[in-house]
Design a protein around this ligand. Structure first.
Ligand code: GLU
Length: 693
């Protein structure tokens, strides 16, 4: 379970900073004395972490370790990433003092057009259908990306770093709780594909925790790669079989598409946050620019004073997200096709102009993209078209520092869990569905086009202090990646949390008004207070992202790390430092109350014991009702006190506060409606029984 440690409260009370006493960089506290000195990895699976640690131990650098971890993850976390997918590897190369991004994002085959995902009537094919066909598969880049990174920045050969993965695939690995859960959740998808079913299901039933997963075909594939390099994939028999399978499943990919795949080395996007430099993924990812926009918008507020996960912080954060995600939808896509206003989006005056749209007291319903091109003296390349977000996928992120001070921050994916659900028969790896990261409908900068890379949200990020990188961080989770990365950075820098706590502190995500996704551990009062401001919290919490980060204290040379608990996140230092996350508690269903309260259609999060039906009329615990409706109670309002708590009659209170009230006795639903513009301000209504907050 995610929680806030009391240490943080102590820090706030006495006003000293955790970092000043313990380290020269944020994210480290006194409890983390034993930093590693010879390299560190933070990975979502312990077996892949072991592989990375060993490479560092044996003298490999961060890029060698990254390559080995990626190949191992293809075996131990095959539903999240692998040679059938793509990714962005951010590298800090110490010798050249340079940060660069290896872009191995999937590419659209040449025989596609913007109507790829439309049905005969011109309507987008539903995501559930469009993501599991051959058309969803983009030309994979991961293997060539890993090979390129090794050639340019590594010290070892692909043939060496692939060894541990071969062993793991051949000998088998134990299925952990995280893999068992993902196999179970995707049973249907796997049952639909004979090759995948033969690996991940046993007599049609999902492999369970503790079962052994042997991947003979994948081991064979990796041995071919070991002998022939990436040629075995891009021009050899692996590719041939892949093309055959993609075409069989309705895709158009050809051998030529595969042969033409190009890795691009790109300059990352950069800005500053409270004096620290933040360097993140460039287009075709929207991740870096959107993370930076959120941080720049939040820089205008005293985030530290608001406090971690306070209602005030979440209010501004949600509004900042809405502004940034609106720009993301309108302007961010593959830069090789359409210019992205990278300067305009982060222009100081533009950010101020956007921040001025945030109302301190109410969620703003109408948030549209701004006009960042104005700050670059240009016109947008294409009209913006507002797009629906796909269901949230999962991928994987890992972070590394080696003993020389090189960093790798690598987010890598096959898009949804188990990607398209298509395994290449006889070769044992899953194919991505990255093509569905393009807009399903034509018209915007992110429409499907031949040779183009779909817009990503992946945000492998580096943080720098005085020009020196000190933290590598990132997360999976489709568009929620951006929120996870931005929030963890603010937890470290503003809320002064040590990295592990910064990762485990519950997060929120909201790409547009009014819905907010939230993690278990965000308290009811906070949610009620925010709902009173017009935000709508989803009825049930859900986990968001899976952050892996490492930190280097440049003054002491000590290295630290944090890993998330929604998988078996593991941090391993070469000489010392160990952390392994525990499985989070299951999210429990709340007990249903005797009725439901909805305000403007949103169900309010009252618990069963806070609601009473008295003589057939709905009552809610006084403080909770007032908080949720944004009201302050006057002295003379009668409360009902059957026990130690007091309750208020919902109908009377809501009427008094100017809501339109409908009590459906049969359905046991009380529906309140109020126009956003009708919300009063505190001093508007001094004489009333009830005044709005
Ligand atoms: N397809 C996603 C992206 O590139 C990554 C997969 C995920 O985590 O959802 O943004």
């Amino acid at each position: 379970m995610k929680y806030l440690k009391s240490l943080i409260l102590v820090v706030f009370m006495f006003g000293f900073t955790v970092t000043s006493a313990a380290a020269s960089v944020p994210g480290v506290d006194q409890s983390m004395k034993k930093g590693a000195t010879k390299g560190i990895v933070s990975v979502s699976h312990p077996l892949a972490a072991e592989v990375g640690k060993k490479i560092l131990e044996e003298g490999g650098n961060a890029v060698d370790a990254a390559a080995a971890i990626q190949l191992s993850l293809n075996v131990v976390e095959p539903m999240m990433s692998g040679i059938g997918g793509g990714g962005f590897m951010m590298i800090y190369n110490k010798a050249e003092d340079k940060i660069t991004m290896i872009d191995s994002r999937e590419i659209a085959p040449k025989n596609v057009n913007p109507e790829l995902f439309l049905d005969e009537k011109g309507k987008p094919i539903p995501f559930s259908k469009r993501h599991t066909t051959g058309k969803a598969v983009g030309v994979p880049g991961t293997l060539k990306g890993v090979e390129t990174a090794l050639e340019k920045y590594g010290t070892m050969e692909l043939a060496e770093v692939i060894n541990p993965a071969i062993k793991q695939a051949d000998k088998g690995i134990k299925v952990n709780w995280s893999m068992a859960k993902y196999i179970d959740e995707n049973k249907q998808k796997l049952q639909n594909n004979e090759a995948a079913a033969s690996v991940f299901l046993l007599k049609g039933q999902p492999l369970k925790k503790g079962d052994t997963l042997v991947q003979t075909d994948l081991a064979k594939t990796f041995k071919l790669i070991q002998k022939q390099g990436s040629e075995a994939f891009y021009t050899g028999e692996i590719g041939e079989s892949m093309i055959k399978e993609v075409q069989k499943q309705g895709g158009t990919m050809t051998a030529e598409d595969l042969e033409n795949y190009v890795v691009k080395e790109r300059e990352p996007v950069k800005s500053t946050y409270r004096g620290y430099e933040v360097v993140s993924a460039a287009p075709p990812s929207s991740g870096g620019l959107t993370v930076l926009q959120i941080l720049k918008l939040m820089e205008g507020y005293d985030v530290k004073k608001m406090g971690a996960n306070s209602p005030e912080y979440f209010h501004y954060l949600t509004e900042a997200m809405h502004l940034a995600y609106a720009d993301r939808a309108a302007y961010m896509a593959d830069e090789d096709f359409y210019d992205v206003p990278k300067k305009g989006l982060l222009n100081e005056t533009y950010i101020k102009e956007r921040r001025a749209l945030i109302n301190s007291n109410r969620a703003t319903a109408e948030i549209k993209e701004g006009d960042p091109w104005r700050y670059e003296g240009k016109e947008p390349a294409l009209e913006s078209t507002v797009k629906e977000e796909n269901p949230i996928g999962q991928t994987t992120h890992f972070s590394i520092i080696d003993k020389w001070g090189n960093f790798v921050s690598y987010t890598t994916t096959i898009e949804q869990v188990f990607g398209s659900g298509i395994m290449v028969p006889g070769y044992g790896f899953m194919l991505n569905n990255e093509m569905t990261d393009f807009d399903a409908a034509p018209g915007g900068v992110n429409q499907v086009e031949p040779g183009k890379r779909p817009r990503s949200s992946m945000s492998p990020t580096l943080l720098l202090k005085d020009g020196q990188p000190f933290m590598a961080i990132g997360s999976p989770g489709g568009p929620t990646i951006i929120a996870s990365v931005a929030e963890t950075i603010m937890n470290v820098i503003d809320h002064q949390m040590p990295i592990q706590e910064a990762i485990l502190t519950p997060r929120i995500y909201s790409a547009g008004y009014p819905t907010v996704r939230w993690e278990p551990g965000i308290d009811q009062n906070t949610r009620l207070e925010l709902m009173a401001k017009g935000h709508v919290f989803e009825e049930k919490p859900e986990h968001i992202g899976n952050v892996q980060a490492v930190i280097l204290d440049n003054e002491t040379g000590k290295m630290y790390g944090g890993a998330d608990n929604t998988r078996e996140g593991t941090v391993l230092g070469v000489d010392r430092f160990f952390y392994k996350s525990k499985e989070p508690k299951e999210i429990k269903e709340e007990k249903k109350g005797p009725f439901i309260l909805k305000v403007n259609g949103a169900v309010y999060p009252y618990t069963a014991d806070q609601m009473k039906l008295i003589d057939g009329k709905p009552y809610i615990q006084s403080d909770k009702l007032l908080l949720g409706l944004g009201l302050i109670k006057s002295e003379d309002l009668e409360t009902y006190k059957p026990d130690k708590k007091s309750y208020l009659p919902v109908i009377t209170v809501a009427n008094g506060a100017g809501f339109k009230v409908e009590w459906n006795e049969e359905k046991k639903e009380i529906l309140l409606e109020k126009d956003s513009s009708d919300y009063d301000h505190p001093d508007d209504d001094e004489d009333g029984d009830i005044i709005t907050n």
